[in-house]
Ligand binder design. Sequence first.
Ligand code: GDG
Length: 534
Amino acid sequence: MTVADDPLSDLLQPGETSPLIVIASNRGPFKFHLKNGALQVERGSGGLVTALGALAEQHDVLWVAAALSKTDRAWIEQTGDQPAEVENIRLRLVRSSRKRYEQYYNVIANPLLWFIQHQLWDIPRTPSITLQTWKAWRNGYVAINRLFADVIADSVKDANRPVIIFPQDYHLYLVPRFLRERLGDEVQIQPFVHIPWPGPDAWRILPESIRDEILVSLLASNCIGFQTRRDAFNFVQCCRFYIPDAHSRGSRDSIYYQDRKIEARTYPISIDVEKVEALIEEPETRLLKSQLINAIGDHRLILRVDRIEPSKNILRGLEAFRALLVNHPEHRGRVQIMALLVPSRMEVSEYQDYLQQIMAQAGMINAEFSDQYWEPVRILVGESYPRALAAMQLYDVLLVNPIADGMNLVAKEGALVNQRDGVLLLSEHAGVFYELGEYALVVSPFDIYSTAEALHQALNMPQDERHARAEAMRQQVQSADVRQWFYRQVEDALSALSSQARKSSTPATPGSSTSEAANTEGGVSPDSTPSASA
Ligand code: GDG
C-alpha cells in the first residue's frame, strides 16, 4: 500500500504531535524460531496482522503481545525487555510464567469467557466454578492483564504526545482499568471485542465479583468497539443491569459511569481484499485449486471452512446435509459436502470430543449413502490457508451456520473469491449477517430442517438470482475492508483526543472532575479474595 492510498497519512503526520498507537493482543504478529542457533522470524497471518502490518510500516505503532514460546522468550532476552523493530513493526513481548499463562489462557479466557460469550455451556452440568477457577482468575487472568498494562505503561511513559491504546479481545478485558490507574485520563483507551457480547443473562454464570471486575474495567475505556450493534447494545444492557452506578440515559450505545461517558461503538471487522485477491493468484493456491477441481468432478459442492470449534456448529451442519439427502433424494450422487477443518485448542478435551463426533457423523452419512462413484461427505483436517482460498473459489453453496460468531471472515472471503456465483447459507447469529444477510439464505443454526430446505433452495436457485446475490455480496465486501475497520477506530480516537484537549483548555466545571474517573472507587480490588456472595 502506498502512502497516497493510506487514509491515515493525513491524520497521522509524523512529528511530536502525532499520536503513538499501541496495539495489545494475546497473539502477536510474529513467531520466533531457532534455526542453526539463530532466531528466525515468521510473520503471522490474519486480518489484524496484515492490516496493521501495512499501517505500522508508515506510522508509529507499537505492538504488545504475549510471549508464547521459549523462542519468544529468547527474543526478549536479546532485546532486553524493550520494544524492538521486527520487519518494520515495533514489538514488545510480555513475559510470564508458564503456569500463569496456562491459568489465564486455558482456564479463564478459553474456555470460560469464550464459552460464556458463545453460550456454549450446558448449564445443568457445566461449568463449575471451583477453587482452581478462582486461583486461575487471580493468579492467571488478573495477573497477566496487569503485566500487559505494566508493559504498555512502561512503553508509553515518555511519549510526550497523545497515546491511543487498542487492547484486543477477551484475553485483555482488565487491561483498560489497570492502564487507567497507571496512565490517568490523558490516554485514549479503545478495546475491541472480536467475539459476541451476549445479554445480561449469559453473564450470570460468572461470580458477581469477576463479572463486575470485567465490566468496571471495560468502563475505564473511552470507547469499546464491537462487531455489531447487537453486541454493543448487549454490553450497554449488561452495564445497566449489573453495575449500580452505570446509566445509559436512554442511549443504546453509550454508558455514563463515574462522570464519564463511555461509547459502545460498532466496527465490523473485514478482510484484506487486496491481499486475498493476490493470494488466490499465487502458484500454490492455483495448484491446490486444480487438485480440488479434479477431486470434486462434476458434483455440486457445498463447502464449509471452520476451526474445529463447537460454536461453528459443524455437527448440525452435517445433520442438515443428511436431512437434505433424505428429504430430497434427487441430490444423491450429485452433491458433495466438503468440510475444511482447522485444528484448534486440541489440548482441550471438549475440542477433541467434538472432532471425534464430527468424524463419526461424517462416517455414518457416508456409510448410509455412498456408492462406488460417490462419497457424499469429505472432511479435510489440517491447516492450509491457500487450500481454503482455493476451495472458496469453487463452491456452489457456502455453509456458515454458527451458533454464535463475532463476525465470520470465511463468509466475506467466500463472497470475494467465489467464481461459481455460489450461494451463502448464513446463520442469523453470525455478525456478518448484518452486512451480507440481505443477499444470503438465512437460517437459524438450531433448525436442521430449515437448513436442509435452504440447502435445497440454494442448489435449485436460478442462475440469474445466484449471480445477482453473489455480485451484491462481492461489492459489499470490496467496499469495506479491514483497513477501514482499523482506520475508523483511529479516526474516532483522534477526534476524541482533540475534543478532550479542547475541554481541558476550558475552565473546569466544579464537581465534574475527570480525575475521579481514574481512581477505582466503586471498582473491585484485583487483589480481593472470593467473597461469600460470589
Ligand atoms: C475470530 C471470531 C471473527 C481458514 N483455514 C485456514 C485459515 N483460515 C482462515 C479463514 C478466516 C480465518 O482463518 C478464520 O476467521 P473466522 O472469522 O472465520 O473465525 P475465528 O477464527 O473464530 O475468528 C470471528 C474473527 O475473530 C475476526 O474478528 O470474525 O467471529 O471468532 O480468514 O479463511 N487460516 C490459516 N490456516 C487455515 O488452514 N492460517
